[in-house]
Write a protein that binds this ligand. Structure first.
Ligand SMILES: [Zn+2]
Length: 376
């Protein structure tokens, strides 16, 4: 296929990418090389799919790439960051760059370019938290089509950015497909997602795939210090459990997350001690908000992962401050495979939650998985 052959052909030319091209993404060599080749060949595709784990900078890399392409004063590998074009792109205020991202219908209708855009711009590794489930809506795609109907106001073309592109509902995906099939001249669409498999195959096949990977722990630390003003020691602690994702680092470093983790630890301890009534009490009282459910399951997964490590005596426990309790829980398992089963079952529930946020059922399902895990 086209993409693989181009990836092969550039592998021996890696030295030719200027060091300052997408410098902030130095860990993403494949993506940098792919985009550099597109640039020097003068063939910027009408659609790209930036795919890879969440929180590794796919969206920011797209924005930086656009800034580079549109900057009239760029050096060989980087935009000037000073001209009108660069400054307005940084502020999400450039007339040739259009950004849509998932939000609940009610927010889009009442606040279409307001607070949620500001929140996202300030913390671009995370999407703003909404209490309700969010989607890329048909009305957003209609605006994209209107945006693309007029020519670019400056050189370099027009760009549409769609982070979390897998969150298009059926109607918006179908409407969007039309735009991808017949893109206006000079229009470029950059989709990004951590769940490429959830996109319509017809959409996937019309975009060139650009792969992103997990960041190194060193990269996570550097970005937390540079971009989010973390004291180095705190960045160090957080990066160890962030699994190469800035989004995860930001999530686990919040005070809230500590609450979730305490709740999750309590739940798993109760199940391990066969204190079943308490587990079901938790189900009845658990919070009916999507954000809560997501953060809770993230905390639970981080503990369950450590329990597997402790049960198999292989690897490093990441939640170091509660390591003793984790080892204690792990001892309740006869076999490391039981612990692993629990982790796998929780992971599939976590994916379900993304698709179908039914909190009440979700908490019950978690309780069932955990109780069963310790039954054997
Ligand atoms: Zn510039």
């Amino acid at each position: 296929m086209h993409i693989f052959s181009s990836m092969e052909s550039i592998s021996d030319e890696k030295h030719s990418v200027p060091a300052d091209f997408l410098r902030a993404f130095s860990g993403q060599d494949d993506a940098r090389h792919f985009l550099w080749q597109a640039h020097i060949s003068g063939r910027i595709a009408s659609a790209y799919l930036f795919a890879g784990p969440s929180g590794v900078g796919k969206f920011l890399a797209a924005l930086e790439f656009i800034k580079f392409l549109k900057c009239p004063n760029r050096s060989e590998g980087s935009p000037c960051n000073n001209c009108q074009s660069c400054r307005t792109i940084t502020l999400w205020d450039n007339p040739d760059v259009f950004i849509i991202f998932p939000m609940p219908k009610s927010v889009w209708e009442s606040d279409s370019r307001g607070k949620s855009y500001d929140d996202f711009r300030k913390t671009p590794h995370l999407r703003p938290a909404f209490g309700k489930s969010s989607a890329i809506l048909l009305s957003m795609i209609r605006e994209v089509q209107q945006f693309l109907a007029t020519p670019a106001t400056s050189d370099g073309g027009k760009f549409v950015l769609v982070p979390d592109a897998h969150k298009m509902n059926k109607q918006s995906a179908n409407a969007f497909l039309k735009t991808l099939e017949e893109p206006p001249e000079d229009a470029h669409i950059i989709l990004s997602t951590d769940r490429a498999e959830a996109l319509l195959p017809t959409i996937r096949s019309r975009a060139q795939l650009v792969r992103f990977k997990r960041l190194s722990t060193q990269d996570v630390i550097r970005q937390l210090v540079d971009n989010y003003q973390f004291p180095p020691e705190r960045a160090d602690n957080v990066a160890s459990i962030a699994e190469g994702s800035i989004a995860k680092a930001l999530l686990v470093s919040s005070e809230e997350f500590q609450h979730f983790r305490n709740d999750a630890l309590k739940l798993i301890k109760n199940a391990a001690e066969k204190n079943i009534a308490s587990v079901w009490e938790w189900v009845a009282s658990a919070h009916g908000q999507l954000d809560y459910a997501k953060s809770f399951v993230a905390a639970l997964m981080s503990i369950a992962r450590d329990v597997v490590v402790a049960a198999s005596a292989n690897g490093t426990i990441l939640n170091t401050d509660i390591a003793e309790e984790i080892v204690h829980i792990a001892k309740r398992f006869d076999s490391k495979f039981d612990a692993l089963d629990m982790l796998k079952n929780l992971s599939s529930l976590q994916m379900d939650l993304d698709r179908n946020p039914q909190y009440a059922l979700f908490y019950g399902a978690i309780a069932t998985v955990i109780i069963k895990a310790f039954e054997k």
